[in-house]
Design a protein around this ligand. Sequence first.
Ligand SMILES: [Zn+2]
Ligand SMILES: [Zn+2]
Length: 125
Amino acid sequence: MDINVRADRKIRNRFEQGQGWNIDVAKALWFELNINQNSSSSLTELRALPYSEYLKTSHWKKVRAAMLLIEQARCSACPTDDSFYGDDWETEIHVHHLHYRNLGCEKFEDLKLLCRKHHEEEHHH
Ligand SMILES: [Zn+2]
Ligand SMILES: [Zn+2]
């Protein structure tokens, strides 16, 4: 699939015009170009899965790995100096969906990293 068709138009325009270029734009663009490559048929399949099964798919593993990489495995709610989770980081850092509208083709802006504590808080509002 043509990357230019898939890339989010707003992000791409900002990239091409060199306007509003910052680290968040770079992260979103990288995510868009590298992650959102599912065909519409696999999108339908992904969305039909129970959420617990969805989290086991290679798509989600890829999204999760990308988020860990981009955000350096740091909780977005913890103070920066505090964001180290030792040997347990793999189970202590979660990728949280801000909403589920783009399930199967998540955008960078749809997700954030949270530690276990902040993730539980987010879901108990
Ligand atoms: Zn946290
Ligand atoms: Zn969550």
